[in-house]
Design a protein around this ligand. Structure first.
Ligand SMILES: [Ca+2]
Ligand SMILES: [Ca+2]
Length: 216
């Protein structure tokens, strides 16, 4: 996403970039720059997701959350979260938020927040709202069909789709995640499948950034 581009980034692109930057800000504090150790993760959760963290009664919740994804990608339960493991965790929280919002009557969809959202919270919320906006255009309000997905990709991720030479890239991307969560290859993406796709793009961007940082 950091490549040269003619048009200003969309809100979706800015939100994805922001999540990468925030991860980088905390993972880069000590040790391995590309992974978060527990201290870095705790710092991230207490600062960026404080409204979630302060409502938890279990004093070990952060350690448990970290354990729930540690090793899920790299197979190593080394108390280090790589970016994709981190995204699995954040994605899980976003799926819960999306479900809660989808169940909530429309009049309550904009609850007055008690404190202003952090940068991370705004980024997560804007990705959820973007999904709901496109998924809600036709048919099942909680699923993106191919037309909705194509409209999303061509509008919100245009700097990505613009650079692709394969004219079938959008269809192939949809097929690559369709059914990975609900088991149904029905040309409908639910939010979690959508997040797997977005996460894949973000992991690619993060890897490119790490490579770039190693060179400078
Ligand atoms: Ca680190
Ligand atoms: Ca739909």
């Amino acid at each position: 996403m950091a490549q040269s581009r003619q048009c200003p980034p969309t809100e979706m692109e800015r939100s994805m970039e922001k999540i990468i930057t925030i991860f980088q800000r905390y993972s880069g504090k000590e040790g391995n720059q590309a992974t978060m150790n527990f201290k870095e993760f705790e710092n991230f959760m207490k600062t960026e997701l404080c409204s979630f963290t302060k409502n938890q009664k279990d004093p070990n919740v952060l350690q448990k959350m970290m354990n729930s994804v540690d090793g899920g990608i790299d197979g190593k339960r080394d108390q280090q979260l790589d970016f994709q493991e981190f995204l699995n965790l954040i994605g899980g929280m976003m799926v819960a938020c999306n479900d809660a919002l989808a169940k909530c009557p429309p009049t309550q969809k904009n609850p007055v927040p008690t404190s202003p959202p952090t940068e991370m919270e705004s980024a997560m919320e804007s990705i959820i709202r973007c999904f709901q906006h496109y998924a809600g255009k036709k048919g099942d309000m909680n699923q993106m069909n191919y037309m909705e997905f194509e409209a999303f990709m061509k509008t919100e991720l245009k700097s990505f789709t613009h650079n692709q030479k394969d004219p079938n890239i959008v269809r192939k991307m949809m097929e690559s995640v369709d059914g990975t969560v609900d088991g149904k290859q029905d040309r409908q993406l639910n939010f979690q499948e959508f997040m797997n796709m977005i996460g894949g793009i973000m992991v690619g961007c993060h890897a490119a950034l790490m490579k770039h940082l190693k060179r400078v």
